[in-house]
Design a protein around this ligand. Structure first.
Ligand code: FAD
Length: 396
């Protein structure tokens, strides 16, 4: 049986970060079931890799539900610490999102791999069983173990429900996060349209951002971030009951106007511009290609003059501009970018990433019950928790 000081299971960003943190004098094996490392990392940011987010640390932490748990890892391994492992340049885009200047996720992975020279990397190696005394697949015996196996989404990258059952560590409910929505109605006729800076609402949660209409439903940052909030609110667990969940979301198409302001504006404009056709009038408020679809929904002919629109229709128009509803038939599960839920944080020490139940067992990355919005937040989690797990496993 082959012996190592530390084994890391999972060669994604969190597993690689763990490996990088471990000093060279320790004997380390990194086990990855795919034929190559970082398969999901290469897909990130549409192939450009939004590697982290550069908001000031306090503000960044406030973006996470699990900020108390993540705090120590974020302070231990900052963005500057992360950048120090690269000999490439990075650029900052809107919302403090950081990308490699080359625009290639491959450059990120290649740089990270350079730091694995002293690690025994075993590819095409799927861990199927871990015995109590840290014997892996009856072949490898280790003193310490880091589990960095990721979540359930994008199974083609090596993730899946089985990742959670390598240990008996307690789990929370597992849900889809950052996931496009499938609408009950077919939207192909308006697919490709973007609604800019609208506010999408589910119950009391409001998220401002662009909404992109796809052939099957709604996506874009505004919807993707709202989807995680919706998912958290719905009662389900992928591991037990992966049913389709139906609900309705509402979009404020004119968030720059309050309902009152919009009413006043319409009253004035309808008097002053009575001869203007409604489809032309709405061009100042709505994306051009969306207007016809919108007017069909509110049942007002597109070429009707403002002076001909009666009070009831005008009120319906205003109401729909502020609350345009879409019935949702479910999540577009195959495109969920992150898993909500995972290894229950109650039983993991946030200062070390070590299990509070099984000494010498550590967790890192998305396998934990940690997730963030879109914008580099999830790779930030993977790198920081991964590095801390590697550091702690070497120090003890
Ligand atoms: C399309 C897409 C785009 C994304 N874009 C961004 C972005 O731009 N910015 C951002 O911050 N986040 C992004 N994310 C999220 C981010 O990629 C993940 O949160 C991150 O990769 C999680 O890292 P991880 O190392 O914990 O898990 P993973 O990257 O999933 O890696 C886990 C690894 O473990 C391996 N493994 C699992 N089980 C076993 C086993 N039993 N034996 C051996 N190996 C095993 C898997 O094969 C896999 O390689 C994106 C996600 C997707 C799907």
């Amino acid at each position: 049986m082959k012996k190592y000081d530390i084994a890391i299971i999972g060669g994604g960003p969190s597993g690689i970060a763990s490996a990088i943190a471990i000093p060279d004098d320790l004997n380390v094996v990194l086990l990855e079931k795919n034929p190559s490392l970082g398969k999901k990392l290469l897909l990130t940011g549409g192939g450009r890799c939004n590697i982290t987010n550069n908001k000031p640390l306090k503000e960044l932490l406030n973006s996470f539900y699990q900020k108390n748990f993540l705090k120590h890892s974020f302070y231990t391994f900052s963005n500057d610490d992360l950048f120090s492992y690269f000999d490439i340049d990075f650029i900052e885009e809107d919302d403090n999102r950081i990308f490699p200047k080359s625009g290639k996720s491959h450059d990120v992975l290649d740089n990270l791999k350079k730091h694995l020279k002293n690690i025994d990397v075993k590819l095409n190696y799927e861990v199927k069983e871990i015995k109590d005394n840290f014997i892996i697949n009856n072949e490898i015996k280790v003193s310490k173990l880091i589990i960095a196996t990721g979540g359930v989404t994008y199974p083609q990258t090596g993730c899946g429900p089985q990742n959670y059952f390598l240990t008996t560590q307690p789990l929370t409910k597992i849900k889809y996060g950052l996931v496009p929505l499938i609408t009950s109605e077919n939207l192909s006729e308006i697919a490709g349209i973007t609604l800019y800076n609208v506010v999408s609402t589910y119950n009391k949660v409001k998220i401002k951002g662009n909404v992109l209409i796809s052939h099957v439903g709604l996506t874009g940052p505004g919807i993707i971030n709202l989807s995680s909030e919706i998912s958290r609110n719905l009662d389900y667990d992928i591991l037990k009951d992966d049913k389709d969940l139906k609900f309705t979301i509402s979009i404020d198409l004119c968030p720059e106007y309050s309902l009152e302001d919009l009413k006043n504006k319409f009253t004035n404009d309808f008097q002053l511009k009575g001869k203007t056709q409604i489809n032309n009038y709405l061009k100042q408020l709505l994306t051009n290609n969306f207007i016809e679809f919108f007017l069909n929904k509110v049942k007002i002919p597109k070429n009707m003059q403002l002076s001909k629109i009666n009070k009831k229709s005008k009120n319906r128009l205003i109401e729909s501009l502020k609350h345009f509803n879409f019935k949702i038939a479910g999540f577009n599960k195959d495109l969920s970018k992150v898993t909500i839920g995972g290894i229950d944080l109650k039983y993991v020490n946030s200062k070390t990433m070590e299990s509070k139940i099984t000494p010498n067992l550590y967790f890192a990355g998305e396998v934990l019950d940690v997730d963030g919005p879109t914008g580099g937040y999830n790779l930030k989690i993977a790198f920081s928790t991964g590095f801390l797990a590697g550091l702690s496993a070497s120090e003890k």
